[in-house]
Design a protein around this ligand. Structure first.
Ligand code: DAH
Length: 324
C-alpha cells in the first residue's frame, strides 16, 4: 500500500502543475495548504499514532508542507510574470476636452482691441429699470422703442435690458469724467428668429467722456477697431442716422460676404453723447463732451469667421462649435 504522505504530496504537485491562472492557484492553496485543507487534515491523524511514530510523522509532514509552500510561491510569481505587460502603443481612452464658445472668444478679442486703445471694462445688470434703459438715455415716454412689442417687460417696473447703453448711465452716475470704458453683455428683444436676428444677443458698448472730444475721435476708434478685428483691408463706413442719446448720430456698416456676395451690413450705432444724457447724470455739457457706440458682437463673430446664420451660435451643436 502506498504511503499516504507520498500520495498526498504527489497529488499536490500534480495539481499545482495544472493550476494555470491566479484563480486556480488560489483554489489549490485553499485545497492543500488552507486551514481546513488536506495537509491539515492529515496532520490531525497524528494523534492516532503511537508515541514513537509521532515525531517521525510530524517531521515528514513539515518537510512536505515546506516544499509545497515553496513550490506554490514559485508558481505564483511565475503566473504573475506571465500576465501580459501593458501595451503602451495602444490608443488610450481620451476624455473630451471642452473649449470656450466662439462668442466668448470674440468678446475677449474685442476687449483686447479696445483695451489697447485705452478703454477699461465695466459691467451692468441684465435686469434693468426703465430709467437706465430709456429715461436717462433721452428716450421719451411714447417713443416706439418703448413699445411692449419691442421689449421684455417683467411687470414689476423692471425689464430685460434691450441695449447695453444702460451701462453708460450706470458708469456716469458713479464716476466723474474723464471716462473711457467699454462693456460687453447680453441684450434682449422679442425679435423673430432668422439668419440675422435672435431674441438675445450681445453688444459691445463704448463711452468716452472728456474735454474737446469730437467725431474724429469716434471715427478713428471705430475704424481702428474694425481694422484690428477684420484685417487692414476691412471696409467700414459711417452713415448719418438717429438715436435719442446721441447728436449727431451715425450707423456703422461693414462689408461682409453673404451668399458669396460682398454687402454692407450694419454693425451698430454711434454718435456724440446728447447733452440731455449728460445732464441726466449731472455732468456739465458745457465742460464735457464725448462719444458713444454700440456694436453687435454676433455680427463681429460672424464677419470674422464667415458664419452665415446667427442661430448656429446658440444650437450647441458640437460639429459647428468645434470648428473654432
Ligand atoms: N443702443 C443702440 C441699439 O441697441 C446702439 C447704439 C447707438 C449705442 C448709438 C450707442 C450709440 O452707444 O451711441 O440699437
Amino acid at each position: 500500500m502506498a504511503d499516504p504522505i507520498d500520495v498526498l504530496e504527489q497529488e499536490a504537485v500534480a495539481a499545482l502543475e495544472a493550476a494555470g491562472d491566479p484563480d486556480a492557484l488560489e483554489a489549490w492553496r485553499i485545497e492543500f495548504l488552507g486551514s481546513k485543507g488536506r495537509l491539515k487534515a492529515m496532520m490531525s491523524t497524528m494523534r492516532d499514532l503511537g508515541p514513537e511514530e509521532r515525531p517521525v510523522f510530524g517531521e515528514r509532514m513539515n518537510r512536505v508542507k515546506e516544499s509545497l509552500q515553496a513550490a506554490f510561491k514559485q508558481r505564483s510569481t511565475a503566473a504573475a510574470d506571465a500576465i501580459p505587460p501593458m501595451d503602451v502603443t495602444e490608443p488610450g481612452t481620451t476624455s473630451d476636452l471642452g473649449q470656450r464658445h466662439v462668442l466668448t472668444r470674440t468678446i475677449d478679442e474685442v476687449v483686447d482691441v479696445f483695451g489697447r486703445m485705452g478703454f477699461s471694462v465695466e459691467e451692468g445688470p441684465e435686469v434693468e429699470d426703465e430709467w437706465h434703459n430709456f429715461v436717462a438715455l433721452n428716450i421719451p415716454e411714447h417713443h416706439p422703442a418703448r413699445e411692449p412689442a419691442e421689449n421684455f417687460f417683467l411687470g414689476n417696473g423692471n425689464m430685460l435690458r434691450s441695449q447695453t447703453s444702460t451701462v453708460q448711465i450706470r458708469v456716469m452716475e458713479h464716476a466723474p469724467p474723464p471716462l473711457k470704458i467699454i462693456t460687453c453683455g447680453r441684450v434682449y428683444r422679442p425679435d423673430t428668429h432668422d439668419a440675422t436676428h435672435y431674441s438675445m444677443f450681445h453688444q459691445v458698448e463704448g463711452l468716452c467722456i472728456d474735454r474737446n472730444i469730437t467725431m474724429i475721435d469716434l471715427k478713428t476708434v471705430l475704424f481702428q477697431f474694425a481694422r484690428a478685428c477684420f484685417g487692414p483691408e476691412a471696409e467700414v463706413r459711417m452713415r448719418p442716422s438717429f438715436f435719442p442719446f446721441t447728436e449727431p448720430s451715425a450707423e456703422v456698416d461693414m462689408k461682409m460676404k453673404i451668399k458669396g456676395r460682398w454687402q454692407w451690413v450694419e454693425l451698430g450705432g454711434c454718435g456724440m453723447v446728447d447733452p440731455n444724457v449728460l445732464e441726466a447724470v449731472n455732468i456739465d455739457p458745457e465742460e464735457w463732451s464725448g462719444y458713444a457706440f454700440g456694436l453687435g458682437i454676433e455680427r463681429i463673430a460672424m464677419r470674422r469667421h464667415g458664419i452665415a446664420d446667427i442661430r448656429w451660435l446658440y444650437e450647441n451643436d458640437e460639429r459647428f462649435l468645434r470648428q473654432f
